[in-house]
Design a protein around this ligand. Structure first.
Ligand code: ADP
Ligand code: MG
Length: 512
């Protein structure tokens, strides 16, 4: 729905002045979109400029992830590209190369220059088109080299591609051959000669998707000089996101890995170790923000984070001992990130203390708010929040002032109910956002132009957690549990045994 990010000026509008949330301005600065968390937002600004760490503490749904993401948008874009370079002396110890973004761009333009000429397969000599898998030897039809069988005569182009003889490996290996070549048929480059200005020169024809690339002597020389630069794999591009989020506790996701090679590094079939290196989140977050949701859930992995923060480099190794990747290691892979971590109050003790002191030593810890005072200004903040949620959702209409007032009353009810605060508005906004979407869905289904007060009331009813719905229907939760128990389930429980056996015995005369 329409909405308009603000271009200038400060927020602070009168909530009484609006008729629908369409009138509410959404700030351009993503940190200003976070409401009610002044302290955390201020510290996030400092952390972005000074490259400090941040620990955000508080319950779910109050804006921790939102702050971390918004903070990353205040960082300058990354400037470095990280590459893993083939080490001819010791392939299982590839080295790391750091390239500036500028270098990467110049390299790209030179490469394009050396790119040779791109032609239609029909323009290539017939034998070349056949050997590259574009042309069927049987019927002469041209098709993509990815197609194993000629679309016209259905004959296998693979068999034909082996110099007209039968496949030396037999059919099974023919398929394997095709698989390992990745792209499809036969060879992917053909070297031949041609006459030009009475001189014989070497030309190379290469597969280039649906086309063929022709490299003449000059292009070949250029290409050769570029290939002299060691073969490498880009593991972290300089054009990347500044924000990397980790949730869960996968060691390989966090620290990187070396993929298994089913061919065990076989010279022809296998892939070189450097090609199988995969960066971890700590490397991808280089120069940016590494956001760890629920830091204590990392358990022992927290210690690696600490090491990475201290050294600003961390090796990438194969983590599966059974895998051919286990022998491979790349040392000193840069990982100079800003750590932003979230934690709820009850898990605070489970952050390993050296990591905690590292964060404090070079950063800030902040306890987020769960409520804010019920003032005119803060009600306007709720209005801004509603406008943002509607804008973000994109599928629901704006809300009327009356619907907004109903939501504000609900925010006050929740502050009282959950946090025991009078004259306050809740900041547990993820769930409140759910109410807005619920009301929006009702309005959308009705084809209503706006979310009205009635839609909101209905949505609030629907938004009740299922335990509460059960309590309303059955009286109380445990009664429902026992009412709904099947007889078979009952026989298996202590309760049944007690009620039907013990109590009967207890009632027997002469007992007790
Ligand atoms: N303080 C806030 N200001 C604005 N929107 C919020 C705020 N807190 C939560 N939200 C909304 O709820 C969503 C979930 O919040 P999130 O940042 O993931 O919470 P947390 O990380 O604390 O669990 C956000 O994407 C946003 O739409
Ligand atoms: Mg979160």
């Amino acid at each position: 729905m329409s909405s308009r990010p603000e271009t200038q000026g400060k927020k602070s509008f009168q909530i009484s002045g609006i008729t629908t949330t369409e009138d509410v301005r959404i700030p351009q600065d993503p940190l200003e979109r976070v409401i009610g968390q002044e302290e955390a937002v201020t510290l996030a600004r400092v952390a972005a400029v000074q490259r400090r760490n941040l620990l955000l503490v508080g319950p779910p749904g109050i804006g921790k992830s939102m702050i971390a993401r918004a903070m990353s948008l205040h960082l300058p874009p990354p400037t470095q590209e990280l590459r893993v370079v083939h080490n001819p002396e010791k392939p299982e110890r590839p080295t790391v190369e750091i390239k500036s973004g500028e270098d990467v761009e110049t390299e790209k333009t030179t490469k394009e220059y050396a790119g040779g000429e791109i032609i239609d397969p029909v323009e290539a000599p017939i034998t070349v088109a056949e050997r590259l898998g574009y042309r069927c030897r049987s019927c002469g039809t041209y098709s993509s080299p990815k197609e194993v069988y000629c679309p016209k005569c259905q004959k296998s182009k693979i068999l034909n591609a082996f110099s007209g003889q039968t496949n030396p490996f037999g059919d099974i290996f023919g398929n394997l051959f095709e698989m390992t070549m990745g792209q499809g048929l036969g060879s992917d480059r053909v070297t031949t000669t041609r006459k030009r200005f009475d001189k014989e020169e070497v030309v190379v024809y290469e597969r280039y998707g649906e086309n063929i690339r022709v490299l003449d002597q000059k292009a070949l020389e250029k290409k050769r000089s570029m290939e002299k630069q060691s073969p490498h794999k880009v593991i972290v591009s300089h054009r990347r996101n500044n924000f990397i989020m980790v949730a869960g506790s996968s060691e390989t996701e966090l620290l990187g890995d070396v993929r298994h090679d089913p061919y065990g590094g076989h010279a022809q079939l296998g892939t070189q170790p450097y090609e199988r290196v995969i960066p971890g989140a700590i490397h991808e977050a280089h120069e940016g923000v590494l956001y760890i949701d629920e830091l204590p859930h990392l358990g022992e992995l927290q210690r690696y984070i600490l090491t990475a923060m201290q050294d600003k480099v961390f090796p990438i190794e194969g983590h599966n001992a059974q895998s051919a990747g286990a022998a491979v290691r790349v040392d000193n892979v840069p990982c100079d990130f800003i750590l932003v971590a979230s934690c709820n109050i009850q898990d605070l003790q489970q952050i390993v203390s050296p990591l905690r002191s590292r964060i404090m030593g070079s950063g800030y810890e902040v306890l987020l708010e769960t409520t804010m005072k019920d003032t005119e200004e803060n009600r306007a903040q709720i209005a801004q929040f509603v406008a943002q949620e509607i804008h973000k959702d994109g599928k629901i209409p704006h809300a009327t002032a009356e619907a907004l007032m109903e939501l504000i009353r609900e925010a006050a009810r929740r502050a009282k109910l959950i946090d025991g605060k009078d004259d306050a508005l809740t900041l547990r906004l993820r769930e409140l956002g759910g109410v807005i979407r619920g009301a929006g869905d009702i309005a959308a289904m009705e084809g209503s132009k706006y979310i009205e007060e009635g839609h909101l009331k209905l949505a609030l009813k629907r938004a009740k957690p299922v335990e509460e719905q059960i309590r309303e229907k059955y009286g109380y939760f445990y009664k429902a549990v026992s009412d709904e128990m099947t007889a078979a389930q009952k026989h298996g429980t202590n309760e049944y045994w007690y009620e039907n056996e013990v109590s009967q015995q207890n009632n027997k005369p002469g007992y007790g």
